[in-house]
Structures are given as C-alpha cells and as structure tokens.
Design a protein around this ligand. Structure first.
Ligand code: ADP
Length: 522
C-alpha cells in the first residue's frame, strides 16, 4: 500500500531534508509519522535498520510538547542521542539512573520551559509516580515505547518495568503512543493492547530481498565443525556463528583459528566482552562464535552471514538473530544447520525441565549459591544452560524480587505498606506470591551493588516494614535475608499453573522452529 504524501504537512518533508539530511522517506516511515502526528496510537513493526527512530524523532520536532521515549538500555539511549543531527541533539536529553535528584529536577524544569523535544527515559521511571506527575506537568505530546517486545512476559527480553506502563499512561494523561520493535509475536501485540488500549499495527513484510536463507541438513557421520570451517573460508566478510553452549563457542573459535580464520568467541561469561565486541565491530575479528548473549544493541551493518550451528529455540528467535545479517542492504546469507537429533535435544531439554514445587525450591537454593558476595550477579546464561526453561523462570523470579526491593528505594518517601499496596495491582508483585516462602530471600549486598545505593538505606526501610508486620528481616553480615509474610494460600497452584503455561509456550516455539527447518532443508 502506498500512503499518500498529502497526509504529511510540508514541514515534515522540509525537516527530513534540512535537519535529518535524507532526501526521501523509507518504506512505512511516512505512514507511521503521519499517524504519530495525528495522535493515532500505533505499533510499528519494522526490521532492524528500517529507520524506526526517525518515525518519532521527526514528529517530535513538529509537536508542541516533549516526546518521551522509553528505551530499555542506557547504552542504546546514549548511542541514539549521539547519532542525532546537531540541531535535534541540542533539544534532546536523557534521564536515567546516573543522574542525581538535583539533575533530574533541572532537566524537568528545562522540559517545562520547552527546551527539549525528545526526552529519553529508562523504563524504571515508569514506576515512579512523582516523576511521571512532574513530567505530565511539563507537558508530554507523545509516549514512545522503544523495543516494545520487552513488554512480553514470555519473551526473552522481558522487563518487569514495562508492566507499569498502563498506570504510567494514566499518570501521563493518556498521550498517544508509538510502540516500535523489530519483532512482535502475537503475545507482544496482545499485551500492548491490554496495557495501552487499541493500537493499530503497521507491519513491514519480513521479507528482505538481500538475505538468502539456507538450511543445511546434518547427516550422520558429517562433521559439522568441518562444514562450518569450509563455509567461513568461502564467505568473505564478517560472520556471526550462533551456538547454543558456551563451550561450543570456545571450541569452534579455536578450531577456526587453527584453520587460519580470524575468529573469536563471545558469551555472557567472557571476561572481556567489550573487547571482543570492539574487535568484531572494527573488523579485526572476522568470525565471531557467540551464544545469543551477543546481539541486542549491536549495530554492525556489513555482516555477510549469520550461521546457526545449533537449532535456535524458536522461529521468532531465528528471524531476530538471522536478521542481523546484511543490514547494509547488500547480499548476505543466513545458514542454519539442522539435524533431527537437534530437534530431539531441544525437546528433551524442555521435558527434562518440567518442574514441580519441590524442584523449584531446590533450584532456588542453587540460585542463591550462584550469587556470590560481594560483586555477585545472577548469571542468567549459566542458569539457563544448567536448567533450561526452569533457569529462565528462576532468573525472572529472582530479578523480580530484586526489582521489588528496588522499588523501596525509588519510593523512599512512602511507607512500605503503601508501596506494597500500590504495586499490588500489577503483575510484578504477583511474582512474590508465586514463590515458596523460603525462596523470598534477598542478598541485600547484591541489591545495593546493583542499584548503587547504601545498604543502610535499604535496611531502614526493611526495619520499618518489619515493625509494620509485613516482613521478617534477618540481618546478617554476609547475607541479610528478608521473608515476606503470609503468601496467599493458592501460591503453590499458581506456580504450577504458571509453569505449565510457560512449558506449553516453549513447546510451541520449538515446534515452529523444527517445522521450519524441516520444510527448508536441502
Ligand atoms: P532501526 O531503529 O529501525 O533499526 P534506525 O532508526 O537506527 O533503524 O535507522 C537505521 C539507519 O537508517 C540510520 O543510520 C538512519 O540514519 C538511517 N535512516 C533512517 N531513515 C532514513 C531515510 N529516510 N533515508 C536514509 N536513511 C535513513
């Protein structure tokens, strides 16, 4: 469909040319910009590199008040702002956790004075009522939800902060919304519509003519590693190889290097991830063998091939990962190794992780053991490779618990009872009740470390909560613990129901991948 140009005011074309320096719109940009200007809430699903940022950066220049952009990664925000044309950059600002309260106040004042057209905000602010009220008072023209797939409870990049979006919308006075993402599974669309209200989806066909998809059938006796090395030798330019296990990444990179290919590996536990990424970005490393930990926010246009050494966990994940090839529009290859055994491995992996409440307890104990004082973080990757979906469940639970206490900090002026009461309406607090009681134990040191706040502050709130009978706080030198009192009676059933849904969802995803690989193999 060709949206007519007359939909856009002529200033839009002038800004496109004179401010952004582009002569024409890319497909769909015009249509989306028109909708944003008219105040029609929209979900834009366009592949990476399609130019989603322009669809809010440009209208922001024409709207009377600030456009607020919720963006999930501090690094992404900074990168976006750095790349804005000077005239736009001058009127853009970032509000994230690195600012002091004083600095936040100053920026809010500047927004109220009309200095900023674009305000990038971290998702945690969605929870902060005082901030949202202040923002509303300053004037908000539009709300943009970047990387909108992070809202999906079941998705890989789920962020509990986004669950507050519905409430945040009210507090901001229901501005029209533009949600943008490169991958929108139906549950993302559904969640957005539930949380935000009716949205029209503008979706580009996923077809990218410069990408050549190929499935290589792995036969018994065939050496995958040898085939991979051959492929890497034949293909010129940068290549990402995705493998499931960290050890496989290390082994393959080593083999590639012995075969004379400039290769390196990347995974969540690599001690120098920034260095590895840097060398790949600047072309010193030609082939990067990585787990899926490598990807989000990586913007390298000239990747000539994405090779999947193992079957990805879902078709959606496959499109997202393979889609990192050929962003410059030049021909690129997406190659998937497939064997029936791979499919079996995926299914077994899922089956072996059907969890009971007892398992959950045991797993949680293990989680706690992996949190090592003082600089411990929950190691998502290790958990997932150890426990599969169960690990994923647990890390989310763990993160949510941490997030809850993070709330205490952000609502410092509120008594804890009020915090619990207010957040009780959203799913985030629900997580607490999904847990066996002994699982609700938190390493405050870790928390303090992650949120960069004095332990004494958290302790003060916890003591207050204890006095109010809401929780029991057991101070200790290394592992101060808290326990929430009286989880609801049906907590166990809810855990099981929830886990079952999660399992079914995973199963569906795996089967979609296997079907695809079978239908395409050659
Ligand atoms: P996405 O967020 O969809 O991945 P970006 O917004 O980062 O994509 O845009 C990708 C690249 O395309 C950027 O370098 C941007 O400057 C460029 N771009 C966006 N719109 C246009 C356009 N209309 N004409 C030319 N280049 C554009």
């Amino acid at each position: 469909q060709h949206p007519s140009t007359s939909n856009l005011p002529s200033e839009a074309t002038v800004i496109l040319r004179d401010v952004f320096g582009f002569s024409t719109f890319r497909p769909h940009q015009e249509q989306i910009i028109g909708r944003v200007l008219r105040g029609e809430s929209t979900l834009a699903v366009l592949p990476t590199g399609a130019g989603k940022s322009l669809t809010y950066q440009l209208p922001a220049q024409l709207l009377p008040q600030a456009t607020v952009v919720i963006s999930p990664l501090i690094a992404l925000m900074k990168d976006q702002v750095d790349r804005l044309p000077p005239a736009v950059q001058e009127r853009a600002t970032i509000i994230n956790s690195t600012l002091t309260a004083g600095e936040v106040r100053d920026r809010l004042r500047a927004i109220a004075a009309g200095k900023y057209k674009l305000v990038y905000v971290a998702p945690e602010r969605l929870r902060q009522r005082s901030f949202l009220f202040a923002l509303r008072h300053c004037g908000v023209s539009r709300l943009v939800i970047d990387e909108a797939h992070c809202i999906s409870l079941w998705g890989q990049n789920f962020r509990p902060d986004y669950l507050f979006i519905n409430r945040a919308m009210n507090e901001l006075g229901q501005p029209p919304v533009l949600a943008v993402t490169a991958t929108a599974a139906s549950d993302t669309i559904h969640t957005l519509q539930t949380m935000i209200g009716p949205l029209t989806v503008v979706q580009a066909p996923v077809f990218r003519p410069n990408l050549f998809f190929q499935v290589i059938q792995v036969r018994p006796g065939m050496s995958k590693a040898r085939s991979l090395i051959e492929l890497c030798r034949k293909i010129n330019g940068s290549i990402i190889v995705y493998a499931r296990a960290r050890q496989t990444c290390e082994d393959l990179a080593l083999e590639l290097r012995s075969a004379g290919v400039a290769a390196d590996h990347y995974h969540a536990l690599h001690p120098d991830r920034a260095g590895v990424q840097e060398r790949f970005m600047n072309g010193k490393t030609r082939v990067l063998v990585a787990t899926v930990a490598f990807g989000m926010g990586v913007d390298k246009a000239d990747i000539r091939a994405v090779i999947h050494y193992n079957l990805p966990a879902s078709l959606e994940a496959y499109y997202q990962e393979a889609g990192r090839a050929g962003r410059d529009g030049l021909p690129a290859r997406c190659i998937l190794f497939f064997s029936e055994n791979d499919a079996r491995v995926l299914r077994t992996w899922l089956q072996s992780t059907t969890i009971t409440r007892e398992n959950l307890r045991e797993l949680y104990r293990q989680v706690r053991r992996t949190i090592t004082y003082p600089a411990g973080v929950i190691d998502l990757d290790a958990l997932q490779s150890q426990f599969g979906p169960a690990g994923e469940v647990l890390t989310r639970v763990g993160i949510s618990v941490l997030e809850q206490v993070g709330l205490l900090k952000r609502h410092f002026d509120l008594p804890l009872a009020a915090v619990v009461e207010r957040t009780g309406t959203v799913a985030a607090t629900d997580w607490l009740h999904h847990l066996p009681r002994e699982a609700i134990e938190i390493d405050l040191m870790l928390l303090a470390h992650q949120h960069n706040i004095p332990v004494a502050h958290i302790e003060a709130v916890l003591l207050e909560a204890q006095a109010a009978g809401l929780l029991r706080y057991r101070p200790g030198l290394r592992l101060p613990l808290i326990e929430l009192l009286s989880p609801p009676a049906d907590a166990g059933e809810r855990v099981e129901g929830w886990l079952e849904r999660f399992r079914q969802y995973q199963e569906q995803r795996i089967e979609s991948m296997v079907d695809y690989a079978r239908s395409q193999r050659c």
